[in-house]
Design a protein around this ligand. Structure first.
Ligand SMILES: Nc1ncnc2c1ncn2[C@@H]1O[C@H](COP(=O)(O)OP(=O)(O)OP(=O)(O)O)[C@@H](O)[C@H]1O
Ligand SMILES: [Mg+2]
Length: 357
């Protein structure tokens, strides 16, 4: 087979690909391979180009056994690491020296690796979160069977703790299911026409008992007054504001006031069109800036101990973010230590007929 024909075939492969024959030199490489490994790689010895020991070894093995070999190639373009799966296959009857050549194809598997890492982390997190209350429950069952058997007062106290722990597991499972549902619907656009002002009012009313227990004043400012119409999913938006206001009470309640403000904009700078901004602000201790970028990650808690004590699962803001994404909106968090935090939800306000498209 002529060199030109070989080069043609290799260049038609839609992934970085190169060929090495029995002289151990690269006899063809497509554009993607040259972008990955260097422009002038054809005619060079493969070991001076591939360099990574496991790749050299796979290539040698494939040349020697006239068979297949598979390995990983790690690349870094200065900004990020990329992992390639390299598949070497022997082709008979091609190459300068009679015999054959190895075709090596590089497939980017970075996303697959990241996804499987995320899945492993997620399972580890969930197991850990469930195990903590479970261990407590098992411990108290033991105590109730043994030392506390005849002690009515202790029994009452332990049963209360067990109820709290069971509730915590229940909340965690509920949050996980909710996150799952929200994620699976993320690409489906909401269709319902709703009044955001009314929705916020009723969300606040249902959180009043919690606020009163924490001695926090809840205040709604609606400017301008009146209904604020929006296309959205009312159950999900209620979940967003419930979590943000609840967080304000739980973590920022020491400031004594949680304020919810709705504002409409004809042309919002972030949305480049009509939008509503809902701001939930508290005057609590605030959040250290180092935590801000990771706050919406699953299970991330800024103040681990306090959050757990308050029964938090660390999933609330992850759910908020997914719901806001589904509404094509934005979530902004600003916070200053000692001064409090402001969570802003910006939602685009299209007209119902535009939303139908
Ligand atoms: N207003 C706030 N002030 C200070 N810290 C906050 C505030 N809101 C959230 N946080 C921090 O962000 C973390 C993540 O919040 P998120 O709502 O995701 O989880 P959670 O409240 O711990 O659990 P859940 O909402 O599932 O019950 C909290 O644990 C808390 O440390
Ligand atoms: Mg929360």
């Amino acid at each position: 087979m002529s060199d030109d024909l070989l080069a043609e075939i290799v260049s038609a492969i839609p992934l970085p690909a190169l060929m090495v024959d029995q002289t151990e030199r690269i006899i063809a490489a497509n554009t993607d391979a040259r972008t990955l490994l260097g422009q002038n790689i054809v005619t060079r010895h493969f070991a001076t180009i591939l360099r990574q020991p496991q790749v050299i070894e796979a290539m040698e093995q494939s040349l020697r056994d006239k068979g297949r070999a598979k390995t990983r190639h790690l690349a870094n373009d200065g900004a990020q690491d990329t992992t390639f799966e390299v598949e070497c296959r022997y082709m008979n009857g091609v190459g300068a020296v009679s015999g054959g050549a190895v075709l090596a194809v590089f497939q980017d598997v970075t996303h697959l690796e990241q996804a499987s890492q995320m899945r492993r982390d997620f399972v580890a997190n969930v197991s850990h979160e469930l195990r903590t209350p479970l261990t407590a429950l098992m411990g108290f069952i033991e105590t109730l069977r043994g030392p506390a058997r005849e002690d009515a007062a202790a029994r009452e106290r332990f049963l209360q703790i067990m109820t709290d722990e069971a509730n915590r597991m229940n909340r965690l499972v509920g949050d996980l299911l909710s996150l799952n549902r929200v994620e699976s619907e993320e690409r489906v656009r909401p269709r319902e026409e709703l009044d955001l002002s009314g929705l916020l009012q009723s969300t606040i009313n249902s959180l009043r008992p919690l606020a009163e227990d924490a001695e926090v004043e809840l205040r709604l400012t609606n400017d301008p007054q009146g209904p604020v119409s929006l296309i959205g999913d009312s159950d999900q938006l209620r979940q967003v504001f419930t979590n943000l206001i609840e967080n304000g009470i739980k973590y920022g309640g020491s400031g004594g006031l949680v304020e919810v403000r709705i504002q409409s904009f004809e042309r919002d700078t972030a949305m480049r069109g009509p939008a509503v901004r809902v701001q939930i602000s508290d005057k609590g201790p605030g959040i250290d800036p180092t935590h801000l970028p990771r706050l919406t990650e699953r299970f991330y808690r800024a103040d681990n101990h306090r959050s757990r004590q308050l029964g938090g699962t660390g999933l609330g803001l992850a759910i908020v973010k997914h719901i806001v994404n589904r509404h094509r909106g934005r979530l902004r968090v600003e916070s200053e230590l000692g001064k409090g935090s402001v969570f802003t939800v910006i939602l685009p306000q299209q007209k119902p007929e535009e939303a139908q498209v």
